[in-house]
Design a protein around this ligand. Structure first.
Ligand code: BG6
Length: 470
């Protein structure tokens, strides 16, 4: 067997608060935007009220993590459990809950990797000033971050600030962007995005001030876009797709200012946000220590020239997601060379190797994969098994890609696939499952919430035991 991973590689798994915890209003917790959105669709799919009920099963779940051999667990804190209305009183029950979880993890040899904000903005801040539209939100977030660093920073050393800001900002209901007019929506989006960057920088600086030996970074939604053909304009379109979806975000985190192509977009669209000069010092000081990246699929694009149907400034809507296609830059295409999951994600381990090499070449920062996985409608057999060989194949191929990237010279800290256990998928409730552990419930039938190890659990347990050697 060949050793392929460094000795202290962080083999782990991931989750997020509103997707696993449940107990959505217990012990003083406030409602979040994620709760609010999930309640709107409660008739069609599961909501966040019970989710995987981690709030009442955490001891048992952490015992399973230990059995799996996990070295790290990546999860998020619910801002609304700690400060129910976002900027008011601190809820000691929330602090106590996470203290127990963190202590239990550490006593089982599992390092906590903590995300501060995973799509679950306190709803009270939306009511107060439409959330991120207000500069106040950035300071409310800084206060929340400081409270977390002070409460948990003696034990939590690896922090992520926002989960997938670059994706979240394009999803209207996650941001509470409900204006009819496209231009006004884009203007609001640009201002919200900037405030989130400011909040990110404030949190990075606070982490460096308050957490001894702390490491902090963004968790970025990552992909790479292939051009449909080798025509130069298709190559340009693919490049722009990556720039507008991911790179501008990383460049802001790295340099404390927007890159040229992004400023050009903001100016030509006439939506340059208010960015007081004094912020520059905060943004530039906020040096991230590593990059956490979430990777599921790759994309493919062709050039879409502006025409009558797609004039400059027009939008392409996909469900609730808005793309930065304002300049006729690109159109989504199917990549005929790749197989897609049953939910349409184009599966591409080589794409992960490309992304890791690309980021490392540009930023020279260590990286950790904080999400990667296959969402499917798993079947529980009558004798109580889940034979998810398709998930094993997916994860195995992506682990190989990381091993190749390490050989390419990329510095990797760890791998935390999505997800430790089945949880509330952001679009398909409990129909779409990602976990190593099956949670015995359906969208509208809570059954017994029993935890059942899938075949992939036993397989991943061996991968971790062998430190990924092959
Ligand atoms: C990531 C999110 O974008 O994708 C997770 O960080 C999410 O919260 C995951 O669950 C998978 O997406 P979905 O829609 O299949 O749940």
């Amino acid at each position: 067997m060949k050793e392929r991973f460094p000795e202290h590689f962080l083999w782990g798994a991931s989750s997020s608060a509103f997707q696993i915890e449940g107990g959505w209003d217990e012990d003083g917790k406030g409602m979040s935007v994620a709760d609010y959105n999930s309640f709107k669709h409660s008739d069609k799919q599961a909501d966040s009220k019970v989710a995987s009920d981690f709030y009442h099963h955490w001891r048992e779940d952490i015992a399973l993590m230990k059995e799996l051999g996990m070295k790290a667990y990546r999860f998020s804190l619910a801002w609304t459990r700690i400060i129910p209305d976002g900027d008011g009183e601190v809820n000691q029950h929330g602090i106590d809950f996470y203290n127990q979880v963190i202590d239990e993890l550490i006593s089982n040899g599992i390092q906590p990797l903590v995300t501060l904000y995973h799509f679950d903005l306190p709803y009270a801040l939306v009511e107060k000033y439409n959330g991120w539209e207000s500069r106040e939100c950035a300071f409310a977030f800084e206060r929340y971050a400081r409270i977390c660093f002070q409460a948990f920073g003696d034990r939590v050393k690896i922090w992520q600030v926002h989960n997938e800001q670059n994706l979240m900002i394009r999803v209207n209901n996650r941001m509470n962007i409900y204006v009819e007019d496209d231009y006004q929506a884009d203007k609001m989006r640009a201002q919200m995005d900037y405030h989130m960057f400011l909040a990110h920088a404030l949190a990075v600086n606070a982490c460096h001030e308050l957490v001894k030996d702390g490491k902090v970074g963004p968790a970025v939604s990552s992909t790479c876009t292939y051009p449909l053909t080798n025509q130069p304009m298709d190559v340009w379109a693919a490049r722009m797709n990556d720039n507008f979806k991911t790179n501008y975000c990383l460049e802001m985190h790295m340099n404390g200012e927007y890159p040229g192509y992004y400023m050009r977009y903001l100016k030509e669209r006439n939506i340059v946000p208010q960015m007081p000069k004094a912020d520059q010092e905060i943004l530039k000081k906020a040096k991230i220590d590593y990059i956490a990246l979430n990777y599921y699929r790759t994309l493919c694009a062709s050039y879409l020239p502006a025409d009558e149907k797609h004039p400059i400034g027009s939008r392409v809507f996909r469900g609730n997601e808005v793309d930065f296609d304002q300049y006729g830059y690109c159109r989504d295409e199917k990549n005929e060379n790749l197989k897609a999951s049953e939910y349409g994600a184009q599966i591409d381990p080589m794409g992960l190797r490309l992304v890791l090499n690309d980021y490392y070449r540009r930023y020279h920062l260590p990286m950790i994969v904080t999400e990667n996985g296959l969402g499917t409608a798993d079947v529980l057999t009558e004798d109580g098994h889940v034979h998810d060989d398709y998930r094993i194949a997916y994860i195995d191929a992506h682990i190989d890609a990381i091993s190749d990237a390490i050989e390419d010279g990329v510095e990797m800290m760890g791998y935390c696939p999505w997800s430790f256990m089945d949880l509330l998928s952001s679009h398909q409730g409990f129909k779409k499952r990602y976990g190593f552990v099956y949670v015995n419930r359906e969208d509208h039938d809570l059954k017994d919430l029993r935890r059942i190890k899938k075949d992939s659990f036993m397989w991943y347990q061996k991968v971790i035991k062998d430190n990924g050697a092959k």
